[in-house]
Design a protein around this ligand. Structure first.
Ligand code: FAD
Length: 475
């Protein structure tokens, strides 16, 4: 049939992957259409992910910092918390960014079509138009003909089958709505998202329990980092249940009753005022009619791509959470640029050596490249250098010297293969380590670089110098 609209490049989904792909396509001279079911651009990250969580975490960190000052003789009273005003602040932050994106799309002449998209064949997408939210369908449809497509439909919260529907049981999106602060809260899943939201709720007054199936919180990070975080945060938790499964959840009038199984599980069901389910995210690959376009989707809903971000159909690309782990915004953005450049006829590859991870807890836990554990598992002869923040003038002056900065080297080449920082502002400093790994730096490159004093970032230079000191055979 005839198409209502046509374009060179169609981008499905307007999260960090989708909007980045659309902007790059337009910049490369392609006629670009961006399809998004929600009223605002920005996807999970801007609307219900990275950004609103950081807006709340910032407020929590200031409250906690003010409490630390008591030790220095500066005592504030208990804060009074107006949840409506705090929520409005968070929404204002989100609004500034999503409005900014809409402006950028307009400036680049990217046409935004609001609606739910489904492929109908390898060159056509049908869109059920929506207004306010994706539930408000206008009843109208549009068919878009495209030469190339970039699928960026993202992921959604993973639902656990045995968990009932109840307003007291929330996911990360519900947690960001900040409807109320419970007395007692359970977090199911001890990953980054659960612990970030737990930090916010705990600082605002909730007591926490956390349950995790694996043998440690924040899987993926070296244990020495997590240990520092845990020591500072122990006061927030009544129970940290590791190697423990949640086996039953029952909504009763007096609370949510949860039964656990495992080594550290309490024998009796426990009562909670609120339960946050943060057990992972599922890709949206099965909801876009991919098979009509011939695009292969795995059983779990992921779409497999090559290093050029191409699916099995050569003119259709896929990027972001939908193509696999790690499900992170900065990964989606880089994949987006690769896909858009290839779609425009250039030749580009996703060949990042490393993708950084950060938990924006207090203190922050940030790591990139190989962890010590991974380096050992790969048979690399690992050299490491740790600079404890107890020796950092700035960290001591800040009253927050509980962190450390760690560099991991390949002893054979002296190249940096990994690095990690635990401490306040760790995430803001991690970029230097990412650059060092991408550029193949050795400790001399970093150690001989003059870092500003006194800063927390200087700890990276100090860690490198310490390693240099013990290495006599540097090239
Ligand atoms: P998404 O952001 O999921 O966007 C996909 C878009 O596609 C959505 O807007 C969706 O509505 C749209 N869509 C899907 N299907 C259709 C369809 N059929 N038709 C039309 N539109 C459709 N990452 C970080 O890097 N740092 C963080 O600090 C961080 N914090 C997070 C905190 C939370 C609470 C959560 C939940 C996530 C966080 N993430 C963070 C992860 C980050 O949000 C994702 O990795 C990122 O949003 C993925 O981008 P994407 O473009 O792949 O997909």
């Amino acid at each position: 049939g005839a198409a209502d609209l046509s374009c060179d490049v169609l981008v499905l989904g307007a999260g960090p992957g989708g909007y980045s792909a659309a902007f790059r396509s337009a910049d490369l001279g392609q006629k670009t259409i961006l399809v998004e079911r929600y009223a605002t651009l920005g996807g999970v990250c801007l609307n219900v992910g990275c950004i609103p969580s950081k807006a709340l975490l910032h407020n929590a960190a200031v409250i906690d910092e003010a409490k630390h000052l008591a030790a220095n003789g500066i005592v504030f009273g208990e804060p009074t918390i107006d949840l409506d005003a705090l929520r409005a602040y968070k929404q204002k932050v989100v609004g500034k960014l999503t409005t900014g994106l809409a402006g950028m799309a307009k400036a680049r002449k990217v046409e935004v079509v609001r609606g739910i998209g489904r492929f109908i064949d390898p060159h056509h997408l049908e869109v059920e138009l929506t207004t306010g939210s994706c539930q408000d369908k206008t009843g109208d449809k549009k068919v878009i003909r495209f030469e190339k497509a970039i699928i960026a439909a993202g992921s959604r919260v993973l639902k656990l089958p045995f968990i009932p529907e109840d307003p007291r049981i929330i996911d990360s999106t519900g947690a960001l709505e900040l409807k109320q602060i419970p007395g007692k809260m359970l977090i199911i899943g001890g990953g980054i998202i659960g612990l970030e939201m737990g930090t916010v709720y705990s600082t605002l007054g909730a007591r926490l329990d956390v349950v995790e199936m694996m043998d440690g919180l924040m899987q993926g990070a070296d244990r020495d980092l997590v240990k520092v975080w845990q020591k500072v945060n122990e006061h927030r938790f009544d129970r940290i249940m590791l190697k423990t499964k949640t086996v039953a959840v029952e909504a009763k009038t007096d609370g949510i009753w949860v039964t656990f199984e495992g080594e550290q599980a309490p024998a009796e069901p426990q009562r909670y005022d609120m339960v946050l389910v943060a057990a992972g995210r599922a890709p949206n690959g099965k909801q876009i009619g991919a098979d009509n376009a011939g695009v292969a989707v795995t059983d779990r809903g992921f779409i497999e791509v090559d290093k050029q971000m191409r699916t099995n159909v050569p003119h259709i690309f896929a990027i972001g959470d939908l193509v696999g782990q790690p499900m992170l915004a900065h990964k989606a953005v880089h994949e987006a640029h690769v896909a858009a450049e290839n779609a425009a006829g250039h030749k580009a590859f996703f060949d990042a050596r490393v993708i950084p991870s950060v938990a924006y807890t207090d203190p922050e836990v940030a790591w990139v490249g190989l962890t010590e554990e991974q380096a050992k598992a790969q048979g690399i002869k690992v050299g490491k250098s740790v600079f404890p923040w107890a020796a950092s003038g700035r960290a001591i002056a800040n009253g927050r010297d509980e962190g450390f900065t760690k560099l991991i080297f390949d002893e054979a080449t002296h190249r940096i293969v990994g690095g990690a920082i635990v401490g306040t502002h760790a995430g803001d400093m991690l970029g230097e380590l990412c650059l060092a790994i991408e550029m193949g730096c050795d400790p001399t490159d970093i150690g001989k670089t003059i870092h500003p004093h006194p800063t927390l970032g200087e700890s990276i230079g100090m860690a490198a110098e310490a390693f240099e000191g013990v290495c006599t055979d540097l090239p």
